[in-house]
Design a protein around this ligand. Sequence first.
Ligand code: C2E
Ligand code: MG
Ligand code: MG
Length: 307
Amino acid sequence: GVAVYPDHGTDTNTLIRKAYVAQESDDARDRGLAYYHPNQDSYSADRLTLASSLRDALRKDELALFFQPKQSLTDQSIVGVEALIRWPGRKIPTPADQIIGVAEQTGLIKPLTRWVLEKAMVARDELVAAGHPHLSVSVNISPNNLREQEFPLFVQRLMTSYPQHAGKIILEVTETSMMLDPANSLRALRSLDYTGIPLSIDDFGSGYSSLSYIKRLPASEIKIDRSLITDLTFQAEDRVIVQTTINMCHDLGYKVVAEGVEDLETAELLAGMDCDMIQGFHLTPPQPMEEILLWLTGQNGREQRGA
Ligand code: C2E
Ligand code: MG
Ligand code: MG
C-alpha cells in the first residue's frame, strides 16, 4: 500500500493509515501494489456517514428484505425465493452491493448477516403459513462471515431454534469471495455443510476458481453469473461456456441455477441446455413478502391452468 507525501497527508500517522487503506484495496490484492485513493477510504467522510446511518437503521429495524423466486425448468414450479437486502426509508437510494460493501468495511456485516438470517426464518414461516411449505429461502452471506470462527455455530443454533426450516434455508457464497482465501473458505464451508445447511455458489463464472477447487466444494447448487446469461440468445460463445458449465456441474453433482434471466427466449434456451432452475426479471424482480405471496397465488393459478 502506497501513500505519498504531501498529497495524501503531511504527518506520519495519516500517511501510514492511508497506506494501510491502499493495502486493503482490490488493486493491492490483484496486482500486489496499490496507491491510496480517497474513494477506497472507508474512513472518509461519506463512508462514515453511511456507516453510522446503517448502524442506526440496523438498530431501529429499518432495513428490509425483498424476495425473488427461483423456478424449476423441469416442471415450471417455484422452488424457493432468495432474500435480498433493501433500505426502504433512505433518502439517497442505496443499492444492496453498496450496503453490503459498507457493512463489510465497518464490521457491521456480522450483525447484518445475523439480522438477515433471523428475518429469513420469519419469512419462511410466512411462506409455510400461506401454503408454500416446499419453498426454500436463500440467504447471501459475506466472506467476512466465513472468517468468523463462531459463524457455523451461530447458524447451527439458529437452525435448532427453527427445526421446521431444516434443509430449507440455503446459504449463498460468491465464487469471487471464496477465492480471496480459498483454504479458509473451504474449511468454513465444510463446517457449515456439517451442520446440514445447503450451500450455493453464487455468481459462478465471474471469478477464476480452478476446477480442482470447485470439485471439493461441499455445495449442492451453482448459480451461473448474470454476465454469462444476459446475451445468451445472441452470443454463441456464451452458449458454449454455459452449456459446458451446466454439464460439468451436473457431472460433479451440483444443481444449476441461471441468474438474470430476463425473457422467455433465454428461459427456453436454458431449458434446452438442461439447466435446472432460473431466476430473473422474466419471472419477477425482487419484491416485498406480501407482493411475492400475491405473485405466488397468481403463479399457482397459471400452473393449474397448465400455462
Ligand atoms: P446476488 O446474490 O447475485 O443477487 C442477484 C442480484 O441480481 C440482485 O441484485 C437482483 O435484484 C438482481 N437481479 C435478479 N434478476 C435480475 C435480472 O433479470 N436482471 C438484472 N439486471 N438483475 C437481476 P441486488 O438485490 O441489487 O443485490 C446485489 C448483490 O448484493 C447480490 O447479488 C448479493 O451478492 C448482495 N446482497 C444482497 N443482499 C444481501 C445480503 O443480505 N447479504 C449479503 N452478504 N449480500 C447481499
Ligand atoms: Mg445471491
Ligand atoms: Mg448472483
